[in-house]
Design a protein around this ligand. Structure first.
Ligand SMILES: Nc1ncnc2c1ncn2[C@@H]1O[C@H](COP(=O)(O)OP(=O)(O)OP(=O)(O)O)[C@@H](O)[C@H]1O
Ligand SMILES: [Mg+2]
Length: 239
């Protein structure tokens, strides 16, 4: 079985870990978000360092999606300040996987993955194909590449959305409940793959989830939201 700590993956691309002290790449200062009368986030103080793995937890309506949207620059705080990287290659490339997966239903799984190909990111098309094949193998979707997205189940669609995103080699991955349609084993497998990208390429991960077991099985910081407030920021062993 694929293990992120001792993997046998052959992904191409540079190892971005530099050995330099941590760099803060996203920070929120006293940031609040109001949607008309709904106070979705209240006075959030938060800094995320490059290379961190951060889980965002909280009950439905606690503000997880709103926080992720603000961290990715999708929405601005209605008061306070958000400083985050732009989605441009020359800064940090932030990739988002939201609950709405934005796949093309009429195209096959493979065609949806091929959309991610950017010649400036790969030495050759062959290198892209190699990474694609490797990700499909470890996430057990290789045999379903010819299936159209509209005929694929929710779990397969989620995996394709994540693989497509990883093929764009993001510096920061912001994912909103990417395992909601996966069973526990598949959820863990997916996270092992992300963990690998974190270690190998220094990819920062911000991941909203309801899955407490998943959170406990990986090291990373937990941000727990309650009623729009950040009530906990720390490691899983302390909750
Ligand atoms: N675009 C919007 N317009 C109005 N209210 C919104 C909007 N987006 C979120 N809200 C409200 O803000 C609050 C926080 O919502 P959010 O979607 O961030 O919660 P969540 O923790 O992601 O919930 P879930 O676990 O159900 O996905 C909720 O009361 C929600 O109804
Ligand atoms: Mg949400």
């Amino acid at each position: 079985m694929f293990q992120s700590q001792n993997n046998n993956l052959g992904f191409t691309g540079p190892n971005k870990s530099s050995g330099l002290p941590p760099v803060n790449i996203i920070s929120l200062h006293d940031a609040s978000v109001k949607f008309d009368s709904v106070h979705a986030l209240k006075n959030i103080e938060l800094t995320i360092a490059k290379g961190e793995i951060v889980f965002v937890t909280g009950a439905s309506g606690a503000g997880k999606t709103t926080l992720l949207r603000m961290l990715s620059g999708d929405i601005a705080p209605t008061s306070g300040m958000a400083k985050h990287p732009f989605s441009r290659r020359e800064e940090f490339f932030v990739a988002r996987v939201f609950q709405d997966l934005r796949l093309i239903p009429e195209l096959t799984c493979e065609a949806n993955l091929n959309i991610a190909y950017d010649p400036s990111l790969y030495d050759s098309r062959k290198a892209f194909e190699k990474d694609k094949a490797e990700l499909c193998r470890v996430l057990s979707v290789s045999d379903r590449m010819k299936l159209k997205i509209k005929d694929a189940n929710g779990g397969l669609q989620q995996k394709i959305a994540i693989i497509r995103t990883l093929l764009t080699k993001p510096d920061v991955l912001i994912a909103d409940e990417p395992t909601s349609a996966l069973d526990s084993d598949n959820g863990k497998r997916l996270f092992e793959v992300l963990n690998y990208f974190n270690m190998k390429r220094g990819m920062t991960i911000v991941w909203a989830t309801h899955d407490k077991e998943l959170v406990k099985s990986f090291s990373g910081r937990i941000l727990h939201l309650d009623g729009g407030r950040l009530v906990y920021s720390g490691h899983a062993c302390f909750i």
